[in-house]
Design a protein around this ligand. Structure first.
Ligand SMILES: Cc1cc2nc3c(=O)[nH]c(=O)nc-3n(C[C@H](O)[C@H](O)[C@H](O)COP(=O)(O)OP(=O)(O)OC[C@H]3O[C@@H](n4cnc5c(N)ncnc54)[C@H](O)[C@@H]3O)c2cc1C
Length: 487
């Protein structure tokens, strides 16, 4: 079917990138800088994937996943994006925990955590140092089968309060649990501990605008509202299914086009990539079995509160991890009725360029897709209203008159995430650990088909996604260099 919206797209590219999450954007940028012809297709009308925002009447802009990332983002953005992006990354210095076991304020780095663990939690310094040193030595290739819970018990036995301090924030950063491999906690926690928590000053909208300008300057053809429905693989002389192209559908006018390419970088969820986009292609049965067995990470719900223009709120912290649970448990953290909520408070310095100083609060809750998926319309509306009310009553403990200061509030659920990103079960942080192997080995099974994006817990979050985009682009460059016909 012909489509005005798809007009101008060429018939062939070196690489088609499916999805504009941070891994897709970064992969596309690296490939274009290496001289490859790149087409980037995004089904949403906005680029960024989960690194996204939305605007509402009253001058409100809400960020979905701009809550905090490690210092390593500065280096990655300087090297693979622009100095301007890197220099807009600023530290958040006020992280707070409020729960029945402790109330603390921290800069969330090694020095301050050592102080807290020794002075507040009374853990011997030698043990704290041994823990940090152990984390520093952790390595993906060690194949250590220990879980995070086991790691905690080894260093801090019978100290559920310490376990909570260590894991609760990381569960919000990458969805990891006590039962996940210790490496998934260790790498991400160590990244944060190196220098603390950072965000992009200017907001997600400014970041994605700057990235888009860079992609265009480097010659990437960008198409939004373009859903890739199919990846075409065809058996080659070596008996393996080789990448031949994609079928894209305009979500504006319904038109479709087949586009040929030598390689595909899929930034869609790894399960979507193998089991949906490549469905019907001649992929080996063991790969399909492995992909089916991959467990996705939890999803999220959020409540967005916009403070009335001209009003302010007191400084209550940048990131406030709150919970009413007597003890931390990974199950309670994702329960439909969890009492664990993280408030991200956006003060005017998040968007210094706005006409008047603006404040917003985004309350995030880790949730299970299964709890929200089957709700009928009335139950769904009731649960959104419930989490909104719970967010307000939780915040009232910090800002008693918060309700009168807010003039826009709305909630999002795992279904919202699924709708906008098409992630399998609305996953917020990709897949569990086993997804990394499927992602890494994809091109071995299907030459030319690559994946980059939140996977394996380690490669998720803003920094993980960007770095995985870089790694995958380097592999694609080697593949394209040896497989593209001259001329
Ligand atoms: C509520 C929430 C809070 C978070 N907070 C933080 C945080 O504070 N710090 C942090 O570092 N990380 C955070 N994260 C995680 C982080 O946002 C993600 O790990 C990261 O942005 C994911 O990037 P990605 O490259 O994997 O792709 P995604 O952002 O998942 O994007 C994938 C893209 O592919 C597109 N796509 C999928 N299928 C198709 C198709 N068939 N055709 C075309 N396009 C397609 C989607 O529309 C989407 O744009 C948070 C996530 C959530 C949900």
């Amino acid at each position: 079917m012909s489509s005005l919206h798809l007009d101008g797209i060429q018939g062939r590219y070196d690489a088609v990138v499916i999805g504009s999450g941070l891994a897709g954007l970064t992969g596309a940028n690296c490939l274009a800088k290496l001289g490859h012809r790149v087409l980037l297709l995004e089904h949403h009308h906005q680029l960024g994937g989960l690194a996204t925002w939305f605007k509402r009447p009253g001058g409100h802009t809400f960020d979905i996943s701009l809550h905090g990332f490690p210092h390593g983002m500065i280096k990655s953005c300087r090297k693979y994006w622009t100095p301007a992006i890197a220099s807009a990354i600023h530290q958040l210095k006020d992280v707070r925990f409020v729960n029945p076991e402790f109330q603390i304020q921290t800069t969330f780095d090694r020095q301050d955590f050592t102080r807290l663990l020794t002075e507040t939690f009374k853990v011997p310094e030698i043990r704290v140092e041994a823990f940090f040193e152990h984390l520093r030595g952790m390595n993906y290739y060690d194949r250590d089968t220990r879980t995070t819970g086991e790691l905690f018990e080894e260093f801090f036995p019978a100290r559920p309060d310490v376990h909570r301090l260590l894991l609760e924030p990381i569960a919000y950063a990458n969805g990891s649990t006590l039962a996940d491999p210790a490496i998934t906690f260790g790498i991400v926690f160590s990244n944060f501990m190196s220098k603390g928590v950072f965000i992009f000053q200017g907001g997600t909208d400014t970041l994605i605008a700057q990235m888009t300008a860079e992609l265009l300057a480097n010659g990437v053809e960008i198409r939004r509202s373009c859903l890739v429905e199919k990846i075409y693989l065809e058996n080659g002389p070596d008996g393996l299914p080789h990448t031949r192209g994609v079928r894209v559908k305009s979500t504006r006018d319904g038109g479709t086009r087949d586009i040929a390419c030598t390689a595909v970088l899929s930034n869609a969820n790894i399960k979507n990539t193998v089991l949906r986009l490549a469905a019907g292609d001649p992929l080996p049965a063991d790969l399909l079995d492995e992909a089916r067995a991959v467990r996705v990470n939890n999803s999220s719900a959020q409540v967005y509160m916009g403070i009335r223009d001209g009003m302010d709120i007191p400084r209550i912290g940048d990131l406030v991890f709150t919970s009413e649970a007597a003890r931390f448990s990974s199950g309670e953290l994702v329960d439909l009725h969890t009492t664990s909520r993280t408030h991200s408070v956006y003060y005017p310095d998040t968007r210094p360029h706005t006409r008047t100083p603006r404040y917003a609060i985004v309350t995030s809750i880790n949730q299970r897709w299964q709890d929200w998926d089957g709700m009928d319309a009335a139950t769904y509306a009731q649960n959104k209203a419930r989490i909104t009310e719970e967010a307000f009553s939780g915040l009232e403990k910090h800002i008693p008159d918060i309700r009168s200061r807010v003039d826009w509030v709305e909630a999002a659920s795992p279904r919202t995430i699924e709708r906008y990103t098409r992630h399998w079960e609305g996953a917020s942080f990709g897949t569990k650990f086993e997804g990394l192997k499927v992602s890494l080995e994809l091109p071995k099974h299907a030459p030319g088909l690559f994946h980059a994006g939140s996977v394996g817990i380690i490669m998720s979050g803003w920094l993980g996604a960007i770095n995985y985009g870089v790694i995958t682009a380097a592999k694609m460059d080697a593949f394209l260099t040896s497989n593209t016909a001259p001329g």
